[in-house]
Unconditional design. Structure first.
Length: 57
């Protein structure tokens, strides 16, 4: 289950991207998660996906 709290979500998603997935799209597809929902929640705490780093920074 994907965390609802934005700070916990940030930690969870960045860990998954670092250790298991080569892109945010791959993570979302595999976990059946809504990419726009993740991006929106993390933008709310001023984190944005960096494709080059494959992390939210």
């Amino acid at each position: 289950m994907i965390p609802k709290d934005p700070v916990m979500l940030l930690s969870y998603v960045n860990l998954k991207l670092r250790d298991f997935y080569s892109s945010l799209d791959q993570l979302c597809e595999d976990l059946d998660a809504d990419r726009s929902d993740i991006v929106e929640k993390l933008a709310g705490i001023d984190y944005h996906y960096d494709e080059e780093k494959n992390q939210f920074v």
